[in-house]
Design a protein around this ligand. Structure first.
Ligand SMILES: [Zn+2]
Ligand SMILES: [Zn+2]
Length: 382
């Protein structure tokens, strides 16, 4: 099972009910943090406490974080990262941690020619992650000072070219594709290009399709010997002495298809092209339709735009997030998105602390946060 904890649903600035961006995705192979705006670690530990109080068995222990994936460098998505890294150090973390963030082709080229300390072009946005990585390095975000290995990755999502910056020895290490978080085997993390005023990406976390389980009893009942059973179990068809062909596939239970979360960051609408159909798309919906020209100008999405994105990529479920402080009631956003999205799949909006599960069969359950814990909330409108 994969479970997403959406810990901040405000855009740009916090309001009395919503905090800035940051999510934690739990998978059987480790946790991924997606964005960490101001105050992220406080919301993270509050969520953990609430999980414990509600007798939820799933563990959000920060020790299990395999990767932190940033969508872009705007501070409402990144300002909480450095204090969080320091808390991990105080907690005695020893495991390596991967940190990923998008940059531009221009920055990659500058690093390629100029090395670790390359000058970046003057028109580089202050919020480009190269600038933030460097600022954090200056403030002690390196493996020596933190006491655990941090692998800093910057990449360009279109070309999927990545560079690893090592501030301990001022070196660069180039990768032709994004290195996966070390513990991941059946889970994959992919950066998807998006359109925003600074280099940006969405993150797709996919649980791979799996074969059905080999039916040992059936093979034994069919009178097969050990060697034959082993061949069938490894997927090889066998021919018996009497000429009967036994298909390996007929000795397996049903396989499971792949499923995934796509989490957007900030982006203009219809910019995301996922790898395979997303089971759940969590998409920014900064504005209402009345402000659609603002959305276009600042490369953000309206709720309707988020719905058009969901339709364009065939997402089975859509969850709206990243609401402007001017939106008093997210049901307005939901109603607008539903006009566009219709009965395509489940749709809802997120509040801080909400949880979304995709089980091993791809079924989606949404839990709305309340004062006592969570309450299951139906998001399917078929
Ligand atoms: Zn934002
Ligand atoms: Zn932004």
């Amino acid at each position: 099972m994969m479970e997403l904890h959406i810990l901040g649903t405000a855009s740009a600035r916090p309001t009395s009910t919503r905090n800035v961006s940051g999510s934690v995705l739990s998978t059987e192979e480790g946790l991924v943090v997606i964005d960490a705006g101001e105050g992220f670690q406080i919301r993270y530990s509050a969520q953990r406490s609430m999980m414990k109080r509600s007798d939820q068995t799933a563990s959000l222990r920060p020790h299990k974080i395999a990767a932190i994936a940033l969508t872009h460098g705007h501070l409402d998505h990144t300002w909480g990262l450095l204090p969080f890294l320091q808390t991990l150090a105080l907690d005695g973390r020893k495991r390596p941690l991967m940190i990923y963030g998008p940059t531009s082709q221009v920055i990659l080229e500058a690093l390629e020619t100029g090395g670790f300390d390359a000058n970046v072009p003057e028109d580089t946005p202050s919020a480009d992650l190269i600038n933030q990585y460097r600022a954090w390095f200056q403030l002690g975000a390196n493996s020596t000072e933190l006491g655990y290995e941090v692998r800093w990755m910057l990449g360009e999502p279109h070309s999927n070219r990545w560079v690893e910056l090592n501030p301990d020895v001022s070196s660069l290490n180039w990768h032709d594709e994004m290195p996966q978080p070390e513990p991941f085997k059946s889970i994959r993390l992919d950066a998807l290009a998006t359109k925003h005023s600074v280099p940006s990406c969405a993150w797709q976390i996919t649980k791979a399709a799996s074969q059905g389980v080999f039916d040992r009893n059936r093979a034994t009942l069919a009178g097969l010997n050990e060697g034959e059973r082993r061949l069938l179990a490894t997927g090889t068809d066998i021919e018996q002495e009497n000429g009967t062909i036994l298909k390996a596939s007929s000795f397996r239970g049903p396989g499971r298809s792949a499923h995934s979360f796509v989490i957007s960051g900030d982006t203009a609408e219809q910019s995301i092209h996922p790898i395979g159909i997303p089971t759940v798309l969590v998409h920014e919906a900064t504005f209402l339709e009345e402000s659609h020209s603002k959305a276009e100008e600042h490369l953000h999405s309206t709720a309707m735009g988020a719905a058009r994105t969901a339709k364009a990529c065939g997402a089975e479920h859509l969850v709206l997030t990243h609401f402007s402080a001017r939106i008093r009631d997210a049901t307005e956003s939901l109603n607008e998105a539903m006009e566009e999205y219709g009965d395509v799949g489940g749709i809802t909006y997120a509040n801080d602390g909400d949880r979304l599960q995709i089980d091993i069969d791809g079924n989606v359950t949404f839990y709305r946060r309340n004062e006592q814990g969570w309450k299951q909330h139906n998001i399917t409108h078929h």
